[in-house]
Design a protein around this ligand. Structure first.
Ligand SMILES: [Zn+2]
Length: 333
């Protein structure tokens, strides 16, 4: 009797431990299933995605066309599994907030503006939860970095979309013409924190409406050739927001890039293809139209497979920075 009583607490503890392990296993299996790769074939058929042409469109990039990535800030850090479905629970990621500075002989422009000098004030309207989730580290605004190297002011700006982390730097360039599709501007003006922060753009005077005047381009339904030489071409990548856009750049070297905004936060997401994690999508409601964004993601995946030489650059993938020309050397320790 004495012996039986003394053994019971151990049995109970073992049973509780076993139940906890089982629960963890079930949770892990459920998340793995929810975050499984997308069925590219089924999504392509359901969305009626056109085939990716085998030939890259012609481009005549002029001498002197180049670009630099400007790192304006980095996220405070997150587990990869939260930003990428099927990503690692052990790997820490620090998504970057990049602006891209393009110099063409006919004009220079920014594609995305990153975090700007006023971001702390802009961001303060968020609730604590969103301030924690979207927290960022030290900020080096694109305007300050360009001024520091004596660069002339860009002629105009484009943004992949009008979410806070892409347009925060706009007030640092008063009066800079900003080209945005009408659907994107309408969504932003009706939008709210944490994604659309009106203080960033409501006072802006120099809006320009971006229209896609060209036909299908590399599997996308329309395009806009910025300089008429095929070197800088915009395409619609809607889904994450109503009017998200991507920028194809072809350099004189023949190197080709596609800056793909936030269709995926990581290149790995396009390669798999996998959406952001189920947890992130359900806690944060990140997309204007999630199914549409997944179709756009699948089209990027097919593009990557058809043209492996094309470097796709998601706006926040910090692992790509070493492969890209940057404005300044990173100051991270
Ligand atoms: Zn973003």
């Amino acid at each position: 009797m004495q012996e039986t009583l003394s053994k019971r607490p151990w049995r109970r503890r073992l049973a509780v431990l076993f139940a906890l392990l089982l629960l963890l296993l079930l949770l892990g299996l459920s998340l793995a299933w929810l975050d499984r790769p997308l069925d590219a074939q089924a999504i392509a058929v359901a969305a009626g995605l056109p085939e990716i042409p085998a030939q890259l469109p012609p481009a005549r990039p002029p001498a002197g066309l180049d670009f630099r990535v400007i790192e304006t800030s980095q996220s405070r850090g997150t587990l990869e599994a939260l930003i990428l479905g099927g990503g690692s629970w052990l790997r820490l990621r620090q998504p970057v907030h990049m602006a891209v500075w393009v110099r063409h002989p006919r004009a220079s422009f920014l594609f995305d503006l990153g975090l700007g000098a006023g971001v702390d004030q802009q961001f303060a309207v968020n609730h604590l939860f969103h301030r924690l989730v979207f927290g960022y580290g030290p900020v080096r605004p694109a305007a300050a970095q360009l001024a520091a190297i004596g660069a002339p002011r860009p002629d105009f700006a484009l943004v992949s979309h009008l979410h806070w982390d892409h347009v925060s730097g706009l007030p640092d360039f008063p009066g800079l013409p900003l080209w945005v599709p009408a659907a994107e501007r309408a969504e932003a003006e009706a939008g709210a924190a944490p994604y659309f922060l009106r203080s960033q753009f409501q006072g802006h005077q120099a809006w320009r409406e971006l229209r896609f005047e060209g036909g299908p381009y590399l599997g996308f339904p329309a395009h806009q050739d910025l300089f008429g030489d095929g070197s800088a071409v915009l395409v619609p990548l809607d889904g994450h927001t109503a009017g998200q856009i991507g920028l194809f750049l072809t350099l004189p070297s023949g190197a080709r890039y596609l800056f793909s905004g936030d269709v995926s936060w990581t290149l790995e997401g396009i390669a798999r293809p996998a959406d952001r994690s189920w947890l992130a999508r359900h806690l944060l409601h990140l997309d204007h139209d999630e199914a549409r964004n997944q179709a756009t993601l699948v089209q990027l995946h097919r593009l990557m497979r058809a043209h492996p030489g094309l470097q796709i650059v998601p706006a926040h993938d910090e692992t790509l920075l070493p492969r890209l020309p940057r404005l300044t050397a990173p100051t991270r320790p």
